[in-house]
Design a protein around this ligand. Sequence first.
Ligand code: ADP
Length: 272
Amino acid sequence: MEKIDLSPWRVEHKTGLHLEEIDTRAPRIFPAEEDALAHQTKKLSDKLNKLQATLHASRSRALLLVLQGMDTAGKDGTIRHVFSHVSPLGVRAVAFGAPTEEELGHDFLWRVHDKVPVLGELTIFNRSHYEDVLVTRVRGLIDKDICEKRYRHIEHFESLLHDCGTVVLKCYLHISKHEQKKRLQARLDDPHKQWKLQPSDFADRKHWPQFMKAYEEVLAATSTAHAPWYVVPTDSKPHRDLFIAALLVQTLEKLDMKMPRPSFSLSDVRLD
Ligand code: ADP
């Protein structure tokens, strides 16, 4: 299987990111045909399963995957599909909602630091500390000055994680406003999905341009070599899953982890 080059979707520059110039549809380098797509995704899932087992056994590194995106972009779906073959023993997903009173009494990274992975673990953040520079900014809860200070705090925080062995990967699930409308309508029409709807979904949609502007600034300001952002085209769910599976596999492969040696001599073992 050829390695997919995901570098065009990595955010490299501190300014000049225009999300409307990045296609939300499936990238052409991915298979369009359903069979080929399923085959490639299955291969990547098997690889991810093995790599996660090595991460767990070697306990020398950890991986934090941050998922951000507008409502219905598919943060939950990504977690369900991409990790469906991975042992639940080594994977943890954490969702961050609006902060509680206690959380608001602390610095904004307090609740997040408590949930980062330990060595050997793969943790997925469904929303994250980035809400504290996105939704808070759009709703006018913080001003530009505080926001810029938070970018610096975030950079230092992620640098600390990196220095302690955690690989930080950040994915912005890039959905079009049109596709979001379809998905919100599907939720409105399906009694099994209506529970997922919140008034904020519709309120946030009204502020779509402000959210896009906030995302552009945040992604550019906080994408670093040790904690890069990727803009993941998300209008096609299977392609989104393939993108993220490929990104995880490529990242874990680069760590070149080895299964640890047994802690005792196997030649001494006698099975009766
Ligand atoms: P989701 O929309 O991810 O499925 P919820 O329906 O529980 O989950 O929504 C979580 C809500 O909490 C979102 O509207 C999000 O913007 C909000 N939220 C998360 N973190 C913060 C934060 N730090 N400050 C304010 N609001 C936040």
